[in-house]
Design a binder for this molecule. Sequence first.
Ligand code: MG
Length: 258
Amino acid sequence: MIIRYERNGKVKHGWMVQEENKVRVIEGDIYKVESAKPIMTGLELPLDEVSLLAPCTPSKIVCIGLNYKDHAEEIGKELPAEPLMFLKPSTTVIGPGEPIVYPKLTENLHYEGELAVVIKKEARRIKAEEADDYILGFTCAIDVTARDLQWRDGQWTRAKGFDTFCPLGPAIASKLDYNDLRIVTRVNGEIRQDSNTNQMVFTVPQLLEAITAVMTLLPGDVVLTGTPSGVGELQPGDEVSVTIEGIGTLSARVNKEE
Ligand code: MG
């Protein structure tokens, strides 16, 4: 699995071998698939000697609302006829272990555990059948949401856009059957969401076709594919985590804004 890490002030990508507690160092741009291929240096580091960062640095995060049948049912909404899209700014991204800041402007902060797609190469007007060619892999995400602001504003820029509202990580897994993955969200160790990506209304390839009919996706861009049932509140001091089969666990603590 691909990770992005910092060590001695330098940021690099690596290949994580969890069973051996090791990182294989990669030189170069992991998104360059043609001439300037990334190089596996042969160098290895102990996993605990690196600080994990968000595994990519998206120019934008495209999110999908109401994309799980069980979640639409839970909130009494009809299934959407086409994907409902919104954006989170790139400044919402934080890495594994970084805290989510509970803003003073909200009194109702929610977690939404989600499967995140990481884009490999520029994608414009692609068809669902070719979507796999444009996917680098998958990681875990939390679509942190100020629920009160979401309903008050009528649109979602403020509710979804605070700094730290998009934890991503810990790693990018590439070979996954993304149509059948268990996804579990826990708060303080207690299960709150427990579903499967087979509950999605629109599949990942269908989402990429719909999104790229509107906007170009760039290497490293991220698509959040919606959240299953069981969304709920977070309080300062809570520890929230999302575990997705084949990827791993992303955790974040909630800190009150100073
Ligand atoms: Mg969401």
